[in-house]
Design a protein around this ligand. Structure first.
Ligand code: PEP
Length: 255
């Protein structure tokens, strides 16, 4: 059975004290979430240690939103995968469309980052997804296939199994526009088939594929009901503890 995951991407939001309140509010509600659902919060770097300290007696995992593509050295302002591992980080979001667009992160750089996370026993949450013009031009499958091929296909089968994938159509991120559950399922199935063609069906069936893009309590049930949607990467709604928890309670009982 694939892991059901709800991961919050706090982006560049909250101060340390507001982040501390948010994690404490999430912890207070956590027992409402079925134990099989893995909860991950990805705060800004500055908040990771206090958030991890608050969450340490719980099963909530603490991730980061980025890491350097270099191991160590003269890279002012960067944070390495090894540093993140040393403070108890479990996951790193990589390839988010905001980093691809605003920080010019390309597949070559993302592959370096993915490899460094894996080498440091961290789980990459690898994001992929098409822009609106690409969907309108019917290029969405080609775009997502290339993003996966250029990074994940360069990994060994045993490494790719350790990754989580997030399909995030760029036109749905922070816009209030959600992909329909049919659009999400169609793309998740396509991603799984793409992985199966390269790595075999067993591996493809074992990888959790999350949906991201304006996921909220009102649409999570329908999205998570899709057979190939294994959870969500949540931006805006992860900043409200009640909404984040409500989303995590949205998996169908039978899954
Ligand atoms: C995201 O940025 O990963 C995301 C899914 O954002 P939002 O939920 O706000 O659309």
């Amino acid at each position: 059975m694939r892991k059901q995951i709800v991961a919050g991407n706090w982006k560049m939001n909250t101060t340390v004290s507001i982040g501390a309140k948010l994690i404490n509010d999430i912890i207070a509600l956590k027992n409402e979430v079925p134990t099989e659902v893995e909860l991950i919060v990805n705060p800004p770097f500055t908040h990771i240690i206090p958030v991890a300290e608050a969450a340490k007696q719980t099963t909530i995992k603490v991730g980061a939103q980025n890491c350097s593509n270099h191991t160590k050295g003269a890279y002012t302002g960067e944070v390495s995968a090894e540093m993140l591992a040393s403070i108890g980080v479990s996951h790193v979001i990589l390839g988010h469309s905001e980093r691809r667009e605003y920080f010019m992160e390309d597949s070559k750089m993302l592959l370096e980052k993915v490899k460094l996370t894996l080498a440091n026993q961290l789980t990459p949450i690898f994001c992929c997804g098409e822009r609106l013009d690409e969907r309108e031009g019917n290029q969405h499958f080609n775009v997502v296939k290339s993003q996966i091929e250029e990074v994940l296909f360069a990994l060994s089968a045993s490494d790719v199994k350790r990754a989580v994938i997030a399909y995030e159509p760029v036109w749905a991120i922070g816009t209030g526009k959600t992909a329909s559950s049919e659009q999400a399922q169609e793309m998740h199935l396509f991603i799984r088939k793409t992985l199966a063609d390269k790595f075999g069906n067993d591996i493809a069936q074992s990888i959790s594929i999350l949906y991201g893009g304006s996921c909220k309590p009102s649409n999570a049930v329908e999205l998570f009901n899709q057979p190939d949607v294994d959870g969500g990467l949540i931006g805006g709604a992860s900043l409200v503890a009640e909404d984040f928890i409500a989303i995590a309670k949205s998996f169908p009982k039978s899954k």
